[in-house]
Unconditional design. Structure first.
Length: 139
């Protein structure tokens, strides 16, 4: 796991720098800078509107007595998309917008559901921080 994290930490900035240099040579440095700024502004607006929409959806589901599972997964995707849009570069902006648009977010949510389902079926999904509460639940 650590080697994949190190690989990501090294490769992603290299791809971002390459993309910015290539765009700068192709369309010029000023339009490239403007595109980076515009993607940040549009991404922040989209993250805000999508986040508020998902928050209201989760609130409605809780008021009706349902567990807001899909809304929580949407919220995780929107948070990750907003974080990707904060970093400068076109590669991370593409991933960020992919996570923010509802019609593309469906694919990521499906992968997250399958991963969570596998973890629950294997019994490997646990939270070590909750062990301190076990003393209250001794039956």
């Amino acid at each position: 796991m650590l080697k994949y994290l190190i690989l990501i930490i090294i490769l992603v900035p290299l791809i971002e720098i390459w993309g910015l240099i290539a765009a700068g040579q192709w369309i010029g440095w000023l339009p490239t800078l403007a595109l980076c700024f515009l993607s940040g502004v549009v991404g922040a607006w989209l993250a805000r509107t999508q986040g508020l929409k998902v928050l209201m959806q989760a609130k409605q589901q809780l008021e009706r007595g349902y567990m807001p599972g899909d809304a929580l997964l949407d919220g995780i995707c929107i948070l990750a998309g907003g974080i990707f849009l904060l970093s400068p570069g076109f590669f991370s902006d593409f991933i960020g917008f992919f996570l923010l648009f509802p019609w593309t977010r469906v694919f990521v949510k499906g992968l997250m559901k399958n991963w969570l389902r596998k973890k629950m079926n294997n019994g490997t999904l646990y939270f070590s921080n909750f062990n301190r509460f076990n003393r209250f639940n001794r039956w």
